[in-house]
Design a binder for this molecule. Structure first.
Ligand code: CP
Ligand code: NVA
Length: 301
């Protein structure tokens, strides 16, 4: 039976812990050649731009001995009206797995329902679970663990935030999200995460309260891909939600700053913070590679 990774909760807590441990080994042994994907073809279907997700998957799959086939909607018959269901049925006959970056999360679910190969969510409007894997690995590296930490997410309650909420629930760290009214995380994700969480997951308005004594402060862009039309109106509402040195002064002295990238420097994060001593954003970007290799080892049979 195939196993998908559409949301972080598609893994059990034990699988997630084991995956993070495996990623540490893969990072330590980065020059060691192991080729579990020899003879396997992995599709990468991107309906939105990507630097980290696309390149880390391509590089990782190559390092594991596999081959990638990159696709966009306009290059496929999808662009001429072939259904996602028929595309899924067809691609299942050629590929051993597929990574999809798309708009509506239901597109991934539809692909999954019609395919016989593992489907990995490379970002949808609701979830960005591959990002959460790298976030967890990076927090572990910097803080030595996850349980009991206080993480603050400052900004839009978007896909990255939703996956971080699931991560908090599964790995038992406390999460304070600070966002303007109307930009809260997905209510269903929040409710499910809270119902199984042993840690505290709260949504606040005040970024200073969220960042107060935080071990980790995390942000993402104010305007996600596909939201360009509402950009100006949205940016105005987020002016008080910038991660700058004043905000960081509320958090712990050894705070780690995360950003999934790409950053809009001068908007949600200042240059001073992004390039400063607390920033782990490029370690976080690197960890996409190691965690996704561990994910592929788990899913692609
Ligand atoms: N963080 C992330 O997913 O980056 P890309 O959009 O560059 O893939
Ligand atoms: N929330 C952002 C994340 C980009 C990696 C977006 O969806 O555009």
């Amino acid at each position: 039976m195939k196993k998908d990774f559409l949301a972080l909760t598609d893994l059990t807590n034990d699988e997630l812990s084991a995956l993070l441990e495996r990623a540490v080994d893969l990072k330590a042994d980065r020059d060691k050649t192991a080729c579990p994907l020899t003879g396997k073809n992995i599709g990468l279907l991107f309906e939105k731009p990507s630097t980290r997700t696309r390149v880390s998957f391509e590089a990782g799959i190559y390092q594991l001995g596999g081959n990638t086939i990159c696709m966009s909607r306009s290059e496929l018959q999808l662009g001429r009206g072939e259904t996602m269901a028929d595309t899924a049925k067809t691609l299942s006959r050629y590929l051993n797995g597929i990574v999809i970056r798309t708009f509506g999360h239901s597109t991934l679910e539809q692909f999954s329902a019609n395919s016989t190969i593992p489907v990995i969510n490379g970002l949808s409007d609701i979830h960005h679970p591959c990002q959460a894997l790298a976030d967890l690995m990076t927090i572990c590296e910097k803080k030595g663990g996850l349980k009991g930490l206080k993480v603050a997410f400052i900004g839009d309650g978007n896909n990255v935030c939703n996956s971080l909420i699931e991560a908090a629930s599964m790995m038992e760290f406390n999460l304070a999200v600070a966002c303007p009214e109307g930009f809260e995380p997905n209510p269903e994700v929040l409710e499910n995460a809270r119902s199984s969480a042993k840690s505290e997951i709260i949504v606040l308005r005040d970024p200073r309260e969220a960042a107060g004594m935080a071990d980790v402060v995390y942000t993402d862009v104010w305007v996600s891909m596909g939201q360009e039309e509402e950009a100006e109106a949205k940016k105005n509402k987020f002016q008080n939600y910038q991660i700058n040195s004043r905000l960081l002064a509320c958090s712990k002295k050894d705070v780690t700053v995360l950003h999934c990238l790409p950053a809009h420097r001068g908007e949600e994060i200042t240059d001073e913070v992004m390039d400063g001593p607390h920033s782990a954003v490029f370690d976080q970007a690197e960890n996409r590679l190691h965690t996704q290799k561990a994910l592929l080892e788990l899913l692609i049979k």
